[in-house]
Structures are given as structure tokens and as C-alpha cells.
Design a protein around this ligand. Structure first.
Ligand SMILES: [Zn+2]
Length: 97
């Protein structure tokens, strides 16, 4: 796993979980953006400015934002090279499973 502390622009602090890219074995390729890692999930405390801009008083409220990428986990498990395939509606892609 890569470092757990992450930078996301709308949270502070941020944390995330990465897995080594199975396509390049951590060397870096176009699928992982040259990093050697694929981000699986991220989270963090919502930045007060984000709350304020949404009309929420950051002195009264706080929040946690999080998200996970099940498509990324499926990419790693099944060796799918392009994440866009999940949203393509292509039956040939779906019939593989
Ligand atoms: Zn890679």
C-alpha cells in the first residue's frame, strides 16, 4: 500500500487506500497514470470553506466525506484496463462476466 495520508482539495485532512497497479507491477503505466498505484478509496473531514460555501455554518457543523471505487477493485481482480468500459453499456464487455 502507498502512504495513507492523501491530498484531496475539499477535505482536510484526507486519507486514502491505494493498491499496486497489477498492469505494470508498480513501475508506472498509462492505466495508473504513471504512479504505479491505483486509488481504491478516499476520505476526509470536509473543509470548513466547503461547508460555508454550501450555506452551512462550519462552527456548528462538521462532516466526513468518503468514497470507494468498486470499479477499480474489479479492474484489479479481472485485469480490466479501461475504467470507461463500466459505463460504456457495451454488452460484449458485460458478457465476459
Ligand atoms: Zn500501472
Amino acid at each position: 500500500m502507498d502512504k495513507i495520508l492523501k491530498y484531496y482539495p475539499f477535505v482536510e485532512p484526507g486519507a486514502g487506500v491505494d493498491a499496486e497497479c497489477i498492469f505494470c507491477k508498480g513501475k508506472g503505466c498509462k492505466i495508473c497514470g504513471g504512479t504505479g498505484w491505483m486509488e481504491l478509496a478516499g476520505a476526509g473531514m470536509i473543509h470548513p470553506t466547503v461547508l460555508k460555501n454550501g450555506g452551512i455554518d462550519p462552527n456548528e457543523y462538521s462532516g466526513i466525506a468518503w468514497g470507494a471505487g468498486p470499479e477499480r477493485m474489479a479492474m484489479l481482480k479481472y485485469g480490466i484496463e479501461n475504467i470507461r468500459a463500466f459505463k460504456s453499456g457495451d454488452l460484449k464487455f458485460l458478457e465476459k462476466f
